[in-house]
Design a protein. Structure first.
Length: 144
């Protein structure tokens, strides 16, 4: 059986001592993502060697910290959302769901919180199929 055929994940943690490295390995294992290999370094940056992406677990950016305080989204999700917003200004809930690696319902809750706080607006709709409901298209209005 190849590693892709099961639900196993690898979490690697780095730190200045055993306890810190163990804590970072646990963070890596608990990360909500489809990536099987996850690494948390000494600065609490979560990286995914398979895709080359990384997310900061420790939030020190003033704008990101303000968003966390105002709307109650976790530092991990804010870090991921900020990284996604730099790549994609307009988006659908499905695109954000795929990027975050969370459930559609979780994404809808995050979008609602961001919308209620004025950080996201609905700017249109797109039809993904000939039948069914159209998807809302959103735009970020995050501070720079």
């Amino acid at each position: 059986m190849s590693p892709r055929d099961d639900d196993s994940v690898i979490g690697i943690g780095y730190g200045s001592d055993y306890q810190t490295a163990l804590e970072h390995a646990r963070i890596a294992l608990s990360a909500s993502t489809e990536q099987q290999m996850r690494i948390v370094d000494a600065t609490k940056r979560l990286s995914f060697p398979e895709s080359g992406e990384s997310v900061q677990y420790r939030v020190t950016d003033e704008n990101a910290f303000d968003i966390i305080k105002r709307i109650g989204i976790s530092p991990v999700n804010i870090g991921k959302i900020l990284a996604f917003s730099k790549r994609k200004h307009e988006f659908t809930a499905k695109e954000l769901t795929d990027y975050l690696g969370v459930s559609r319902r979780t994404t809808e809750r995050l979008i609602k919180k961001l919308h209620d706080a004025g950080f996201v607006d609905v700017i249109g709709e797109e039809m993904s199929y000939a039948q069914g409901r159209p998807r809302a298209v959103y735009i970020f209005k995050l501070p720079s």
